[in-house]
Design a binder for this molecule. Structure first.
Ligand code: RIB
Ligand code: CA
Length: 318
């Protein structure tokens, strides 16, 4: 690990909060962003990959390899979340397209290759559907022992869902993949569900204060302004949930959340598709509480945003 940084592979379906997680990974002094893998989720695989490259270029990070991954879920057709993220996946922000090419091997293969080359060192943070990780586990069953830690943004355990009353989007999008990941023998698997991520929204007031900043804000701050504009201005939201940045932050500082060792079940079909529930004790560490104030303060500081204190209970986020 370079200078005590945690080496991270970030698995994304770049959408708005994925872009903010990329910015956090690039700017954090606690992270070494080793590689990014993409997959279909919020938007299709081509947009998710193009968005990821464009965001990394915007952040001045052109040396981090991007590996295109799953173009659809394991079993079902792809469902997107364009109603939240805009048709282009970045809140319809017009970031310059990257001219960079993607890495030679595909997402799941890159995860296996990197974990094998750095056994026990890497943390994999999955902030989209779990298709890439499920495929990687399929082709390399020993992967669970090769990764130091896995953190997943996914599920809703004691709160309603966000894509149906019962299901969170990342699990709903590929429930079979989620079931395989939750059943895998990872020694350290933490799951960040809506139970905690719904306590961590970016307030519109912080966004407006950032937009008003006259000085030369870091590209991470201007990225926040650009990709959140549609949510706050066109859709009139007062907050935008920071699901994916929270998952990354919890990988870098596990003390941000408290967890409960659980066995997690996933409903695969019907009206309950994507519902997640705890059936008893187990090795999946499900986040139960979050120090939202400390997370948000760290997020603002790392991305160069004004640290306004806003009561999360006053927000009505997307
Ligand atoms: O339910 C929230 C999750 O679904 C986030 O990862 C968001 O980016 C979408 O993928
Ligand atoms: Ca995501």
């Amino acid at each position: 690990m370079s200078q005590g940084r945690r080496p991270i592979i970030l698995d994304v379906d770049t959408g708005i909060d994925d872009a903010l997680a990329l910015a956090l990974a690039v700017r954090s002094s606690r992270a070494e962003l080793v590689a990014v893998t993409t997959l279909a989720g919020n938007v299709d695989i081509e947009r998710a990959t193009a968005n990821t490259l464009a965001v990394l270029d915007w952040l001045g990070t052109t040396e981090v390899p991007v590996h295109r991954g799953a173009s659809r879920p394991l079993v079902r057709p792809h469902v997107d979340a364009a109603y939240v993220h805009g048709t282009n996946g970045l809140g319809n922000a017009d970031l310059p397209a990257s001219v960079r090419t993607i890495g030679g091997d595909r997402g799941p293969a890159a995860i296996v290759r990197l974990a094998t080359s750095r056994p026990g060192e890497l943390t994999l943070v999955c902030v989209g559907p779990l298709t890439n990780l499920a495929i990687a586990l399929n082709v390399e069953p020993g992967l669970a022992d090769l990764l130091d830690r896995v953190v997943v943004m996914g599920g809703a355990y004691a709160v309603p869902g966000n894509v149906t009353p019962r299901a969170e989007f990342n699990v709903y999008a590929d429930p079979e993949a989620a079931a395989q990941v939750f059943a895998a023998p990872f020694p350290r698997l933490t799951v960040i569900g809506l139970d905690v991520s719904h306590q961590t929204a970016l307030p519109r007031a912080v966004w407006e204060a950032t937009r008003a900043t006259g000085s030369d804000p870091h590209p991470a701050a201007t990225l926040v302004v650009e990709v959140c504009r549609r949510s706050f201005i066109e859709r009139g939201m007062t907050g935008f949930y920071l699901h994916d940045p929270l998952a990354l932050a919890a990988a870098l500082d596990p003390s941000l959340v408290t967890t409960e060792g659980s066995t997690v079940a996933v409903a695969l079909g019907g009206e309950e598709r994507g519902m997640t529930w705890i059936t008893g004790p187990g090795n999946v560490q499900v986040a139960r509480t979050v120090d939202a104030e400390r997370f948000l303060a760290g997020f603002y500081e790392t991305l160069g945003l004004p640290a306004l204190a806003v009561d999360q209970r006053t927000l009505h986020p997307e």
